[in-house]
Ligand binder design. Structure first.
Ligand SMILES: *[C@@H]1O[C@H](CO)[C@@H](O)[C@H](O)[C@H]1NC(C)=O
Ligand SMILES: *[C@@H]1O[C@H](CO)[C@@H](O)[C@H](O)[C@H]1NC(C)=O
Length: 497
């Protein structure tokens, strides 16, 4: 009611041309995972600074989403088909609760490349779809009451049969929904390391369109998209050779044509001039296409040392976290300072239309986010630009020849049927291959020798509600109180008229 008044008086609302979610990957529980789905649990480096980093990113930078990678092996303590290990899951859940306590959205990421120890899920003698679905059933049961938990089914499948992989995803989606997590976002990853560049041309998009909720809808089912900016899309090089606009335009066009949306759950770049330019340009472009892209989650902070090629780990200075230039400019500023656009007042104003346009940089309200419309309300012309709507998707033929993995790629046992693959080595196996240890040494070696042992808070009951106390509460309440104030003024104004 109050919102209606606001619209009546305002005529048009100002909104930013930007994605609803911006955030960081908090890496560590997946350390050691190789692209063949082997994940030695001894290589895990729990991100001990994760909670403090997330609080910094939320409080100081207004970020509102985090992705928490973890290996399948760690969660079930190497027992394929087994139940969640109370100690290991307890450790992971602590990070999840720390994330939720910031008021942010928090994505589970099973970082297994669609595999368990060299074998593809649901294919060629690998884990069965039932085993994969059972993992998700257990996780969804834990978090079914928490609307801010996002289920990222799998990190970077590659060399999979997409029809079979879509069936594996369907099994997981059905298990999640039937476990009572009926409204949360679920991320569906495609082939070729979930690359934006081949999402459409490689058939990932078409295959994933077939995945549905048990009720036949696709509500909450988002396409998962990754992309790096180095020459081979490995995220292994400090120089950037593309701003990926072509790749993201092709995905955007596909999403619009099919009435769907996506989350960019991994993208990152080196701390170089070429990347500073390209990464900022890429993220601004994704922002401009926020009708189909829900959010960006950058790679990576957490247990990565600040010397890691793609590090976005904030440095501690005088007891405070300070972002590096890339994080400050291309993740935070590009989003926080996104140019404003006007959204026209609806002819018949209704609360849900107004509600999703809070003050910039606040977490979006639950309702519309959790059940995203097939296509978000089109964004009107930027204030200072004659252009209207998101830029038209321009799809040009790719001129980039396939590239082989660079030097230093680890020897990874892959099923013989697989074609040579790109190996995003630096970002996936920080603690295993000796040649990478210098660049990706964990923040604190202490965490290696003394992993967190406190499991006093027993593995979460699924009913644990996020204590969205900290800053987010203040943030939200101040938004609402100012909305109420303006709304009330508007309401009075209407009465006076
Ligand atoms: C995977 O993507 C890379 C570039 O991102 C491309 O060079 C390669 O051809 C793709 N592979 C397949 C099988 O689509
Ligand atoms: C953690 O839980 C396990 C099993 O529930 C128990 O044996 C162990 O003592 C607990 N550890 C701590 C530090 O509380």
């Amino acid at each position: 009611m109050l919102f209606k008044s606001l619209v009546v008086l305002g005529g048009a609302a100002l909104a930013a041309a930007k994605v609803q979610f911006m955030g960081m990957n908090i890496a560590g529980f997946e350390f050691g995972c190789l692209i063949d789905g082997t994940c030695p649990t001894g290589s895990v480096v729990p991100p001990d600074e994760g909670a403090a980093q997330m609080q910094h990113f939320v409080k100081d930078d207004q970020l509102n989403i985090f992705r928490l990678p973890v290996s399948w092996q760690f969660l079930v303590n190497n027992q394929l088909g087994g139940t969640l290990d109370s100690n290991n899951f307890g450790e992971y859940d602590k990070l999840m609760q720390d994330c939720l306590a910031t008021g942010s959205y928090c994505a589970i990421d099973i970082h297994n490349f669609a595999r368990w120890n060299g074998k593809i899920i649901g294919q060629a003698g690998g884990p069965t779809d039932d085993q994969f679905a059972d993992l998700w059933k257990q996780l969804a049961t834990k978090y079914n009451s928490n609307t801010k938990v996002i289920f990222g089914l799998m990190n970077e499948p590659h060399n999979v049969d997409m029809t079979a992989w879509a069936a594996s995803c369907q099994a997981a989606v059905t298990a999640i929904r039937n476990a009572g997590a009926t409204s949360q976002m679920i991320l569906l990853p495609g082939n070729n390391f979930t690359s934006a560049a081949t999402f459409v041309s490689g058939g990932s998009g078409d295959a994933l369109l077939t995945v549905k909720n048990p009720d036949g809808t696709t509500t909450g089912l988002l396409m998962d998209i990754h992309k790096y900016l180095d020459f081979d899309n490995s995220g292994n090089h400090q120089d950037c050779t593309t701003d990926n606009k072509e790749a993201f335009a092709s995905v955007a066009q596909f999403l619009r044509e099919n009435g769907r949306q996506a989350m960019v759950s991994e993208t990152g770049a080196g701390s170089t001039d070429s990347c500073q330019t390209a990464f900022c340009a890429q993220n601004a472009f994704i922002n401009q296409n926020s009708d189909v892209f829900m959010g960006i989650i950058a790679w990576a902070a957490g247990s990565f040392a600040t010397s890691y090629t793609l590090s976005l780990t904030p440095k501690k200075q005088n007891g405070k976290f300070v972002n590096d230039k890339l994080a400050a400019e291309c993740v935070v500023a590009v989003w926080v300072n996104a140019p404003a656009v006007t959204t026209p007042a609806p002819i018949i104003p209704v609360a849900p239309v107004v509600a999703p346009v809070p003050a910039p940089n606040t977490a979006p309200p639950l309702g519309p986010t959790l059940a995203p419309p097939a296509i978000a309300t089109p964004i009107a012309a930027p204030v200072n630009s004659p252009a209207s709507n998101p830029p038209p998707a321009v799809v040009k033929p790719s001129g980039t020849p396939p590239v082989k993995p660079g030097n230093g790629s680890p020897i990874v046992a892959t099923p013989p049927s697989e074609e040579p693959t790109l190996m995003p080595v630096s970002r996936i196996q920080p603690t295993v291959h000796p040649s990478f240890t210098s660049s990706v040494a964990p923040l604190s070696t202490g965490s290696l020798s003394s992993p967190p042992t406190s499991n006093a808070s027993s593995p979460t009951s699924g009913n644990s509600t996020p204590s969205a106390t900290q800053n987010s509460n203040g943030l939200l309440s101040s938004v609402f109180s100012s909305s109420l104030f303006i709304g009330m003024s508007g309401f009075l104004g209407v009465l006076l008229v």
